[in-house]
Design a protein around this ligand. Structure first.
Ligand SMILES: Nc1ncnc2c1ncn2[C@@H]1O[C@H](COP(=O)(O)OP(=O)(O)OP(=O)(O)O)[C@@H](O)[C@H]1O
Ligand SMILES: [Mg+2]
Length: 602
């Protein structure tokens, strides 16, 4: 019969260490968090051999008292909380009093520390726990060597030096991102790997994620009650094939949380498809009592008291931030006076507004004076002295789309002047030249408009002669199973033979699509899902498929009024500046850009 006995203290610690200390990177995380909790302004990390051989961290924090030094290595000894109330409102990174004890049980460890008011420093090691005098001007130095030297079974799980260093580097960046006010330095095998001077949030983000990330991001700052979300969220054009640029913090703590991940995915759902992952650095601030951080050994998961409210808040804050019409990033950031815009006459503006908004019909409206009138506004050639022109609006140039709501302003995307190779629409606006990817832009607009179709308000177009399309067995079965769903969306479909479907109506918005291609694609989307769930589960894919087939094809000749109608629809559509696949739908070349091309004024 097995006999029950108490485990020795060392073994207890080693078992506990298994949860806290998985690899050098987890040691680094605990030590950096301790340094931050101690109020450090500068933290230096030195690693040897991926942190397995040695990991040394030097800080300028408050230090540890002589009497506390030995205690710091004990389990369940902490200066950070002392009651359940403290735990429920914890604002420090640490609170368990576990980390140092755990590390000391699986590695050689040395702590030298000088408390702020002490006359000199003291030193302890994992073996010699009685402090002895040591030399250090301020702060704390902790050295951890030969991780898992005494637990060879665990040591085998460590990976190559490069891999372990990579994990340390991740931890280092994650922590540094959240603390821009603290200076950090990382050395590996005696070489400087990364130096981050104390600065502001944008600078730290740029240093860690690069200019490209920042240039393609929207700044987020939203508040609701005691919840606040700040940071940067990249536009889909920057989306990655992996999750390597996703940083989410709750009260300064990096977390991976299902609830948060879901809210973020939803917020990006409309503008990001397929296997792309969004990129973001976001900080959620919440009252400490509203979140439980004591649910995971590495503290990388949290539990929210008001989970639904937090989910909704994050989703809306981000969705709004991302949907905001084109911002200054895509507007020409001109420092000189913007070109004065001798806008179109009232007559022209009215004519443009009367233009049919169906630019897929290809019908030139009659009695339309637009073409002649475009010549009435200033062109670069007629503006030799534009430096002297009075500014048309004060200060920095605002978002082109933001001006869309002001009917007294010229439209942000200007007026079309022509089409290039049936692919791009060329327009002139206040700032210079606008280039639009016709198909991508139309696809984007349709995607937004088609949402009504999925909601059961399709606006049906009956076909004079039903379209008959060939269908495979599985397509026949899918069409039959999903008849009601398809009808809800505006498709009237019935079997016309063993391998034929007849289509009697389609959603009006898709009237121009190739019906056979559209239906084959839709049936493929519907195939693997039960009819009752398909709209909820495949919503984005369905919208994208329909938008793609409904959108004007490349090589379609558009008349100017059709192009202008497209521009006006873009201005009126949220998120119109990127297509459903996250590519940009238009771009601006300012007069300055154009002048530069011709070296004018240089
Ligand atoms: N760099 C440091 N500067 C000042 N004090 C420190 C430092 N590192 C550790 N301490 C002190 O040692 C104590 C024990 O640290 P340890 O990391 O084991 O526990 P903790 O941070 O309180 O909780 P947790 O286990 O959640 O990290 C801390 O409470 C703190 O008082
Ligand atoms: Mg700690």
């Amino acid at each position: 019969m097995p006999v029950i006995h108490k485990l020795p203290e060392v073994l207890i610690n080693q078992i506990a260490a298994g949860e806290v200390v998985e690899r050098p990177a987890s040691v680094l995380k605990e030590l950096m968090e301790n340094s931050l909790d101690a109020g450090s302004r500068s933290i230096e990390v030195q690693l040897q051999q991926g942190g397995v051989k040695q990991l040394r961290i030097t800080d300028d924090g408050c230090g540890i008292d002589h009497d506390d030094l030995a205690l710091a290595l004990e389990r369940h000894a902490t200066s950070k909380i002392s009651s359940l109330e403290d735990l429920e409102a914890v604002a420090t990174m640490g609170f368990r009093g576990e980390a140092l004890a755990a590390i000391a049980s699986v590695a050689r460890m040395r702590i030298i520390s000088r408390a702020t008011d002490a006359s000199h420093a003291w030193r302890v090691t994992e073996r010699e726990r009685e402090p002895v005098p040591a030399a250090l001007s301020s702060g704390t130095v902790i050295e951890v060597e030969d991780l898992y030297y005494n637990t060879p079974a665990r040591r085998k799980f460590l990976k190559s030096e490069g891999t372990e260093f990579g994990h340390c580097d991740d931890v280092f960046r994650r922590i540094a991102l959240a603390r821009p006010g603290v200076g950090f330095q990382l050395m590996h095998n005696g070489r400087l790997s990364l130096r981050l001077p104390a600065g502001d949030a944008a600078r730290r983000v740029r240093e860690i994620l690069g200019d490209d990330f920042l240039a393609n991001s929207r700044e987020i700052d939203a508040q609701s009650g005691s919840l606040r979300l700040t940071g940067f969220a990249a536009l889909p054009a920057y989306a990655r094939a992996s999750r390597d640029a996703q940083f989410f913090y709750v009260n300064g703590r990096f977390v991976r949380d299902k609830l948060i991940a879901h809210a973020l995915r939803e917020a990006y759902a409309d503008i990001l498809h397929g296997a792309r992952h969004p990129a973001f650095v976001l900080f959620l601030d919440i009252e400490p009592s509203g979140v439980d951080v004591n649910v995971h050994p590495a503290k990388t998961e949290v539990r929210f008291r008001e989970a639904r409210a937090v989910h909704q808040f994050i989703f809306h804050a981000l969705e709004r931030g991302l949907a905001a019409p084109v911002q200054a990033a895509s507007a020409p950031a001109e420092t000189e006076e913007p070109l004065r815009y001798a806008g179109p006459t009232e007559q022209v503006r009215m004519a443009v507004e009367e233009a049919p908004h169906d630019y897929t019909t290809g019908h030139e409206p009659t009695g339309f004076q637009f073409q002649g009138q475009t010549r009435s506004y200033a062109t670069p050639a007629s503006a030799p002295h534009r430096e002297n022109w009075p500014p048309s609006r004060p200060g920095n140039v605002a978002s082109p789309m933001a001006a869309a709501h002001d009917p007294t302003r010229p439209p942000p995307l200007g007026y079309a002047v022509g089409q290039i190779h049936g692919v791009y629409v060329l327009a002139q606006n206040e700032h210079g030249l606008v280039l639009v990817d016709m198909h991508a832009a139309h696809e984007r607009i349709l995607y937004e408009q088609l949402k009504h179709v999925l909601n059961g308000n399709p606006g049906v177009q009956r076909l004079l002669i039903p379209a008959v399309i060939n269908a495979s067995k599985i397509e026949m079965a899918t069409a039959e199973e999903h008849t009601a769903t398809l009808a809800h969306m505006g498709f009237d479909i019935a079997a016309a033979g063993p391998a034929e479907l007849s289509v009697r109506s389609v959603p009006a918005l898709l009237g121009r699509a190739n019906i056979s291609d559209l239906l084959h694609a839709l049936l493929a989307e519907l195939r693997d899902y039960p009819a009752s769930e398909v709209i909820a589960a495949r919503r984005n894919e369905l919208l994208a498929t329909m938008a793609c087939h409904g959108a004007v094809r490349a090589n379609r000749q558009l008349a100017l009024p059709e192009m202008n109608a497209l521009l006006r629809d873009m201005e009126a559509t949220e998120r119109a500046d990127q297509c459903n696949h996250g590519r940009p739908t238009w771009t601006q070349l300012s007069m300055t850009d154009l002048d530069r091309l011709f070296m004018r004024g240089q």
